[in-house]
Unconditional design. Structure first.
Length: 389
């Protein structure tokens, strides 16, 4: 209230009756409305930009809530998985997963929320997924966490790597054939030449014995050295071309690997299994054998291990192969490594749809664990090849 000082009557009057005050209020209302309109426009612009990014992204982008329920599914995800967004939104993300992750996913989420220990979130990995038609395909998966005021979301970035895996498989097959060829050449070629030299040295030793005992002894030394070279060459040949793997299976090949490791490197190496394991997929068995070979070699050359154990176990839905050593181990801040040996092992285990884990042993040394499904992974047609037909 104000009083009219002109007439001195003291008549009360509302501030809104003052024309100047009315103008100020209108101006304030106008500026507030303008700011609100600009804010709403900025929000719409941001939403449109975000929608455009999601709709044009080459990678599949999927968001889920804390229970694993799908909240968004961009067009690239529709192309990759074969589902329309409306078919999967509201469903558990495990519908897009292959065994055993399909059954274990909810446990992964619960464990992460309880312990904070991430197996995929913030890390990224290669894994397998399932399309709408049931085919399994390899993918690169990266998962990030978004914390909101009252809840949190998880965003998955998916890339189909079927074509890349086809190329990697071809390279590994070429490498495998070349290793076998070299192994056969060593066994059938070099070993035979060395055997001939050994026989000649033995004949020379006999001829020299009546004439020169020292010369005969030297010839015997040469024959003995050549004989040792033959043994070493045969071990190398069997490592490059493991005949036992083809004829007697994975278990026999791993047992022979342990024996050959002791002979070649002078370390203790033992093959351990709880019960016989039957594994009929020869291609997958070859990959697992090569992985065990690489892990043993790394443990001796880089880890300076003196004792190794190769373990093969049969678990529900999968086989577990573990190579444990007593070497120097990996540093505490080890994050997976970029060495050629580890990359080769990761590529090989990816070929059979398995996983690789490297752990520091509490008492020292390292354990390298590989898991592979009992049934070979059957992938669908590569989109790259389908497009060319």
């Amino acid at each position: 209230m104000v009083f009219d000082s002109v007439f001195g009557i003291g008549k009360p009057r509302r501030i809104s009756d003052n024309p100047r005050s009315n103008g100020m209020r209108k101006k304030t209302k106008t500026s507030s409305a303008g700011r609100l309109a600009r804010s709403e426009s900025a929000v719409r612009d941001r939403e449109e930009r975000l929608r455009a990014i999601l709709e044009t992204a080459v990678e599949g982008i999927i968001t889920i809530d804390e229970r694993g329920i799908i909240e968004s599914f961009n067009p690239a995800s529709e192309r990759i998985f074969g589902y329309a967004a409306a078919e999967v939104i509201g469903k558990n993300v495990s519908v897009l997963m292959s065994t055993p992750h399909r059954e274990q996913h909810d446990g992964y989420l619960e464990s992460y929320q309880r312990t904070g220990h991430a197996r995929v979130i913030g890390i990224g990995r290669e894994t397998f997924a399932r399309r709408k038609d049931g085919t399994i395909f390899p993918m690169d998966l990266s998962v990030s966490e978004v914390r909101l005021s009252d809840r949190r979301l998880f965003t998955g970035f998916v890339r189909d790597i079927t074509e890349r895996k086809h190329l990697e498989k071809q390279i590994l097959e070429i490498s495998e054939r070349e290793q076998r060829r070299i192994g056969q050449d060593l066994h059938d070629g070099l070993c035979q030449h060395l055997a001939g030299i050994e026989m000649l040295s033995q004949v020379l030793a006999k001829k020299l014995k009546p004439v020169s005992k020292s010369g005969s002894a030297r010839a015997d030394d040469i024959a003995r050295a050549v004989r040792e070279a033959i043994s070493q060459t045969r071990l190398l040949a069997r490592g490059l071309s493991p005949v036992t793997l083809e004829s007697e299976g994975l278990m026999s090949a791993l047992a022979e690997l342990a024996l050959n490791t002791e002979s070649m490197f002078g370390v203790r190496c033992r093959f351990d299994f709880a019960e016989p394991v039957q594994f009929d997929d020869h291609t997958a068995a070859t990959h697992l054998f090569r992985i065990a070979q690489e892990a043993v070699s790394n443990a001796i050359k880089h880890g300076k291990a003196k004792r190794l154990v190769i373990q093969l176990r049969e678990e529900p839905h999968q086989l577990a192969l573990r190579v444990t050593d007593d070497g120097v181990g990996f540093p505490k801040n080890f994050n997976g490594g970029q060495g050629m040996g580890l990359r080769i092992m990761q590529n090989r285990i990816g070929m059979v749809g398995g996983n690789l884990t490297v752990e520091r042993n509490p008492g020292g040394g390292t354990s390298v664990i590989f898991t592979a499904p009992k049934q070979p992974v059957r992938t669908g047609t590569c989109p790259f090849h389908a497009a060319k037909k």
